[in-house]
Design a binder for this molecule. Structure first.
Ligand SMILES: [Zn+2]
Ligand SMILES: [Zn+2]
Ligand SMILES: [Zn+2]
Length: 202
């Protein structure tokens, strides 16, 4: 495995004039004066695309010149923050450290990187077992699943977040225990009134 990058990496990009300011990114590729579909950039300058000399570096304009600098948060010591790009050494499963190039199945993306499929399956199984064990201990009855502030799985009591735009009566599958259940939205009736015509007064 390659070693992590120095977070202070600063390599002058000799190909790009320091006056250029329009730089976009597409994956690891840095694009100056990017074309809009097939039309040249409105600034009239030619489009130039460069791959960084090492994965995890990206181009940054510093004091009027372009440099390759580290964009991998793990190299930079910024833990827990999502990284737009990651260096080769850190392109590994968070749990077991398997490199992405060694994976045989599509990994699960997470906030901090990715979990390989076997690790994710292990985490899911552990979460399910834990939820079901808690459920068995808690002695719930049906009323614990009626008129609740949140959608709570009746198999394992996990709270399932539902976006407002997805509100509706439906059959659901719990993402923790895989149990199926029926969701019904309850509406609380409230009353509003407004005077018609002249207000009746004393
Ligand atoms: Zn890194
Ligand atoms: Zn793993
Ligand atoms: Zn459940």
């Amino acid at each position: 495995m390659e070693k992590a990058m120095d977070k202070d990496t600063k390599i002058l990009i000799t190909e790009i004039p320091g006056e250029w300011t329009e730089r976009t990114r597409s994956g690891h590729t840095n694009i100056w004066n990017g074309k809009n579909h097939d039309r040249p950039h409105r600034n009239g300058l030619p489009e130039v695309r460069l791959e960084p000399p090492e994965k995890g570096l990206y181009a940054e304009r510093i004091d009027g010149a372009w440099y390759w600098v580290s964009g991998c948060n793990k190299c930079n010591g910024e833990v827990g923050k999502w990284s737009y790009i990651v260096c080769d050494a850190h392109n590994v499963c968070i749990c077991c450290g398997t490199h992405r190039s060694q994976l045989t199945d599509t990994p699960w993306g997470t906030r901090d990187g990715f979990n390989c499929k076997p690790c994710q399956e292990r985490l899911d199984a552990a979460a399910k077992a834990e939820a079901l064990a808690k459920f068995a201990e808690a002695e719930y009855d049906d009323s614990d699943f009626e008129y609740q502030d949140e959608c709570k799985c009746p198999h394992c009591a996990s709270a399932i977040h539902i976006e407002t735009e997805d509100y509706g009566d439906k059959t659901m599958t719990c993402e923790v225990c895989d149990g199926q259940f029926e969701l019904t939205l309850n509406y609380e009736v409230t009353f509003s009134t407004k005077v018609i015509g002249e207000r009746v007064s004393a």
